[in-house]
Design a protein around this ligand. Sequence first.
Ligand code: GLY
Length: 393
Amino acid sequence: MSDTDKRMDHTGEGEQQMKMNPAEDNSNILDRALELGIAKCLRDADRLPAFPHVTKDGDWLLSEHARWTGGFFVGMLWLAGALRVDPAILKTARSWAMRLAPRAMDCSTHDMGFLFEPSCVRGHNIQADEQLRSLAISAGRSLASRFVPKGKYIPAWDPSEGQEYLALAIVDTVMNLPIVCWAANETGDNRMHESAVQTAATIREQHIRPDGATYHVVDHDPETGEVTHRGTHQGAHDDSCWTRGQAWTLYGFTRMGVILESEQMMATGRKTADYFLAQLGEKTIPPWDFDRNDANEPVDSAAGAIAATGLIELGRRTGEEDYTQAGERMVHGLIDTCIDFDHPDKPGLLMHGTVDYPRRSGVDESIMYGDHYFMEALVKLRRPELWDILGCC
Ligand code: GLY
């Protein structure tokens, strides 16, 4: 063999070695994505005067009120602090968490888990922080106060935003129930716990179709609590399946299954996950609605990220590896198509999210919850020892 042949042979071996070790390549790309997420949220914590919500015209739209998404930004900062084991980052995370304090008594929305679980429960899990614990308990109480005994549901929004919201429930609420269970457990308040249990049971009964798809909204008669309409708010039409609602559902029921040690809730997590995966097929990023599956329709990377972390959770809790693998496949798909490693200073981590396509709001943008749940999925895959700090279970 000539020297040149040897060199070629050596190069060939190297290539073969790389090909023989795809797991290492896969891990590297996940680590790179995680590092990018850390760098971006730290940069944003330094430069932004208020909570980032969704990108528009190349930068974040901001809100001091924090809308329903401020907790996700804080949650990313806690993850960054835990991953880097850096007290300065944890201090930054805490100061952002404390900016949510005025919202803890907000009884006008179902979003209290979204706001206070990644921010205050996670912060308390990391550093046993009494003030954060107390805010999270208040948030759980505020949400439980919305429970309507006649009908056993929690209305999502406030009638001050529109009378049509008076008795309107949305499936996303299942993701907000863990903080109610957590607060009930912290305080020994059994009534609060029951309100979460009954709300989850109602969502299961009223929003889940026989095939595992979900109705985004269910309206009720405010006098009797009876169902008056099933349909959608952000989906394509009343009988379609809005992908982000389906993602919240599969993750939310999985978590409620764990918290309540309920096989029935876990079965709903599985059933809605199976529907999601069957509709997704070979794709890795879901369309914004499963009834709008054509190539020219916008995708929703945020739904993809929520489903991916939910599937990884489901896989861990049930021991069914197929769910973990499906979630991991989606994470890689998100990295391939929605992460721009070449422009680390660009605001937003995960591109191609869709907030609300029917209203043409936030289409093809980065969205705070997409970034947060994508980073959460990466942590579960690469740093599973941090699983226990993530939230209420
Ligand atoms: N309501 C939460 C969402 O838009 O996903």
